[in-house]
Structure formats: C-alpha cells, structure tokens
Design a protein around this ligand. Structure first.
Ligand SMILES: NC(=O)c1ccc[n+]([C@@H]2O[C@H](COP(=O)([O-])OP(=O)(O)OC[C@H]3O[C@@H](n4cnc5c(N)ncnc54)[C@H](O)[C@@H]3O)[C@@H](O)[C@H]2O)c1
Length: 260
C-alpha cells in the first residue's frame, strides 16, 4: 500500500496508531486540527486541517489508498460542535475518499451508537441504532454514511464500534475494555482484510480466569454477513484464545466474487 491517511493523529488513540500504520504503507499522512504533533516518524508527514473543510479533506486524501478516520470530538458535547467535527466531518471524509478513489475508510465508531439498548440485551451488529447522546447520534450518521457510500459508490468501510479504549482504572471498566494493543490489531485487520464491503465490528475484550479474549461480533449475511474465516473451525472458539482469534482475517464471503 502506498499511502494511508490518519485523521485524529494528535488524539489519544491516533497517537498509538501512527507507528503501526507506517508498517502497512510506504507513506503515512497524519492529520489533525492542531498546529503540529511533534517529532514525525520516517515516511510520515503531518497536515494540519479541519475535518469540516471539504476542499482541505479532498486535498488531504489525494493519492491515498486508505483512510483511518479517528478525528472527531471524542465525547458528548453541544450539538453544534458535534455537527461540525463529527457529522459534517464524516461526510467530508467519505466524500473526499470517494472523489479520490480511496479503497476503504476504517472508522472509529462507538458503542454509543447503540447505547440505549438494555445492558442485559445481546447486541449484535444488526440491531437498530439507538444512540444515547449527540455523540452517539453522529456515530449512527457516519455508519449510515458508510453504508450509503458502499451501496451507491462501492467505497468500502469498516466501522469499529469501540467500547472503551483507555487505561483500566476499576473492575467495572474491564467489561467494556479494549486494550491499545488490541485496538492496533483491530485496525490492522480492518486494513489488511482483502474485502470488507460495509462492515461493522465491535471492539472489546473480556477477562476470563486467566486470559483476555477478544470478541469480535461480526455479522453474517449481505445485510450484515461477515465471517471470521477460521471461526468456522470451532477450535478457535473453543480455544477462546485472544492471540489466535485476533490473527484471523475476516472475509465477506458474499463479496469474494468481486475479487480478481
Ligand atoms: N477512546 C475511546 O475509548 C473511544 C471509544 C469509542 C470510540 N472512540 C472514537 O475514536 C476516535 C479517537 O478517540 P480519542 O479517544 O483518541 O479522542 P481524542 O479526542 O483524543 O482524539 C480526537 C482527535 O480529533 C481531533 N479533532 C477534533 N475535531 C477536529 C476537527 N474539526 N478537525 C480535525 N481534527 C479534529 C482532535 O484534535 C483530537 O486530536 C474518536 O472518533 C472517538 O469517538 C474512542
């Protein structure tokens, strides 16, 4: 891959992704609204740009193979702020990606897109959106945008509904936790998987007696049909081994015919 663009590069999660992304492309263009992000890695350049500026996003994504979109207001905020950065910003990213012939958007969505479902319910990727905040509402918008651009324009997206990617400070937080290392692997797999179409995945892990298990809840038909390749080999499920499971590529079997 020649060029990956990372938005939100100055943010908490974006900062963790810069180095790993460089391993997947000849060139990484990191971007954020801040003036500068300090020392750059070899083959990394930095562009300061506002997500709400469409011409700037079109320029940013020129020649890119893929965009990893982590730029946003990262929590609940007044609607006007969410509107510009998270809603208009999302439109600008997908539209700029389309205009530049970018193959895929890897997007940091959130559990807040479905946060009003009962905590006791099993939430798959095919449940209706039930946002719990303006922040979550913007994630719903971006996911629907991703769906539209796939259906109408053939632009792929992986929407990662991250639960909570932060240092764990209390036992309760473990249940919704995604470690930084596993976030990196989730992003890597979302990039290197051959074909994803429009996909939603959850990113979190739970603590078993001695192990962390990553759970990727993946959908299972064209209306959401994704398959973890080796998941069918029940051994992986039996193993419930984080490392094995995360190394698995997921495949849209229904879309394989589109590959040459
Ligand atoms: N941290 C988590 O646990 C978590 C969970 C679910 C989803 N997410 C999502 O992951 C992404 C990154 O989260 P984070 O925790 O690193 O947040 P963060 O606030 O640390 O990073 C977001 C970055 O986006 C940039 N940004 C904001 N508005 C912008 C604009 N108008 N133009 C350009 N850049 C702008 C900010 O400057 C910031 O550097 C966000 O989309 C967030 O919603 C995070």
């Amino acid at each position: 891959m020649k060029k990956i663009v990372l938005t939100g590069a100055a943010g908490r999660l974006g900062s963790y992704l810069r180095e790993p992304l460089l391993k997947l492309a000849d060139k990484l263009v990191s971007s954020d609204i801040v003036e500068e992000i300090g020392k750059l890695h070899p083959n990394e350049t930095y562009v300061s740009a506002n997500l709400s500026d469409l011409p700037a996003m079109i320029e940013l994504l020129k020649g890119a193979d893929l965009v990893v979109h982590f730029g946003a207001i990262g929590d609940e905020a007044p609607f006007d702020e969410i509107l510009q950065a998270n809603i208009v910003g999302a439109y600008n990213i997908w539209e700029a990606a389309y205009q530049n012939g970018v193959k895929r958007v890897v997007y940091a969505s959130s559990i807040h897109a479905v946060g009003m479902h009962k905590k006791t319910d099993f939430i798959g990727t095919n449940v209706p959106h039930r946002p719990d905040t303006y922040y979550g509402l913007a994630k719903c918008f971006a996911e629907d945008l991703a769906s539209l651009y796939w259906d109408k324009r053939g632009l792929e997206s992986v929407c990662m509904r991250i639960l909570s990617c932060a240092q764990v400070s209390n036992p309760r937080a473990v249940g919704s936790w995604l470690s930084y290392d596993d976030l990196i692997q989730l992003v890597e797999k979302s990039i290197t998987t051959q074909i994803t179409g429009f996909s939603i995945v959850y990113g979190f892990q739970t603590m078993t007696v001695q192990r962390l298990i990553i759970l990727w809840l993946v959908t299972l038909d064209l209306n959401q049909k994704i398959m973890l390749n080796n998941l069918r080999k029940k051994s992986i499920l039996k193993n419930q081994n984080l490392i094995h499971m995360i190394k698995v590529q997921f495949v849209r079997e229904d879309l394989l015919h589109q590959l040459n």
